[in-house]
Design a protein around this ligand. Structure first.
Ligand SMILES: [Mn+2]
Length: 370
């Protein structure tokens, strides 16, 4: 049985620029901790092979802390570590990959044209290539002619199965299967799609081990892959310390912040969100004409134990405004023109119309507009 630990897209030393400075430093520290935990896990599970399919770093600049941890952790695992540099951490003469400071059990693909590392003791050959700049327009598989069948053949590659027109090493699971790979350890897609199984071939992305923004939701992890008698089994192991989550909250009928705050707290309680969660709540629904939720105050008020709470507002000021339908004054005309846009326009048109109605009615009523 062959036991493989497969990860990608950790993006060490990410700037986390959307967070306040203290929090962004803490998150960079958190990414390093996640990396250490993964390597400790791989050592404890005594895996035969570690595959890192690119974007281990967020950019070519690597902090001293990170490079020290890398050398230490890779040195502490006794198995081979194969790395396929990605578009964020391409193999360049100045990169850490070319520096020679990584221990001898680390095998790095160096060129765009594919090559292989042979591990006869494990009965495995690992194929792959490197990004050497931000783009990779060629075909990884075109120059791999035939796979010798004396060993299990694995592809370790940063690449994109979502579009044949991708500028990030486009790959198709069908072609991977056709070549005869047993497992394709891919990287690049941050929100892991379901693995694809074609015949005896399994193609998988692990996703980001640790989400860094609301585009990378939920607890991330890595894949523990076992291959026995040409059968591949995958197990997703959680390593993330934190998760980013987005929720829509319907506050139809609201006319004040304390009502909305109550709804927000209820949602947080019901879903069991706590200190490991950064939450974005998007308020939707129809609220009273004169009311606009104060998102900053609501976020500050309801954050409680959450790692982070962000409140966004996409409500429409229509609730109980039916009387304006028949209003013959300018207020009624304004309402009828904008209500139609709020009901039928694009999301952008709806928001513009909602703002216009709030401001317009405030002005006509002699209330402060902003
Ligand atoms: Mn990436």
């Amino acid at each position: 049985m062959l036991k493989i630990f497969h990860t990608a897209d950790l993006h060490l030393d990410s700037p986390f620029s959307s967070l306040p400075t203290a929090k962004s430093e803490e998150r960079r520290e958190g990414l390093r901790r996640t990396f250490m935990k993964m390597m400790e896990y791989a050592a404890r599970e005594a895996v035969d092979l570690i595959l890192i399919s690119g974007d281990l770093f967020d950019c070519s600049y690597i902090s001293r802390d990170t490079s020290q941890i890398l050398s230490k952790c890779f040195g502490a695992v006794s198995c081979p570590v194969v790395i396929s540099p990605g578009n964020h951490d391409p193999y360049t003469p100045g990169s850490i990959y070319a520096s020679g400071i990584l221990p001898g059990n680390v095998y790095i693909f160096k060129t765009e044209s594919p090559s292989k590392f042979d591990f006869p003791g494990l009965g495995v050959r690992v194929w792959g290539s490197a990004f050497t700049r931000e783009r990779y327009d060629g075909s990884v598989l075109a120059s791999i002619f035939s796979l010798p069948e004396d060993r299990i053949n694995i592809l370790c590659q940063h690449g994109d199965t979502r579009s044949p027109l991708s500028h990030h090493a486009p790959l198709s699971p069908r072609d991977i299967a056709y070549k005869g790979f047993t497992y394709a350890a891919l990287g690049h897609v941050h929100v892991a799609p379901d693995p694809v199984v074609i015949g005896e071939t399994t193609v998988a992305y692990p996703g980001c081990p640790e989400g860094r923004s609301f585009d990378e939701p939920d607890f991330g992890g890595a894949l523990l892959v076992t291959i026995e008698d040409k059968k591949t089994r995958l197990e997703k192991i959680r390593f993330a310390e934190r998760r980013y989550m987005v929720e829509q909250l319907d506050v139809t009928g609201a006319d004040n912040d304390s009502f909305v705050a109550g709804k927000i707290r209820e949602l947080i309680r019901e879903k069991g969100y706590s200190g490991d969660t950064a939450l974005r709540i998007i308020l939707v629904g129809e609220v009273s004409l004169g009311y606009k939720p104060n998102t900053d105050a609501l976020a500050a008020d309801c954050a409680g134990e959450l790692y982070l709470l962000e409140v966004r507002e996409r409500t429409l000021p229509c609730f109980d405004a039916g009387y304006l339908e028949d209003d013959l004054s300018l207020r009624g005309v304004l309402y009828r023109v904008l209500a139609e846009k709020m009901r039928q326009g694009s999301e952008y048109d709806r928001q513009v119309a909602a703002a216009a109605l709030r401001y317009g009615l405030a002005a006509l009523d002699g209330r402060p507009v902003v």
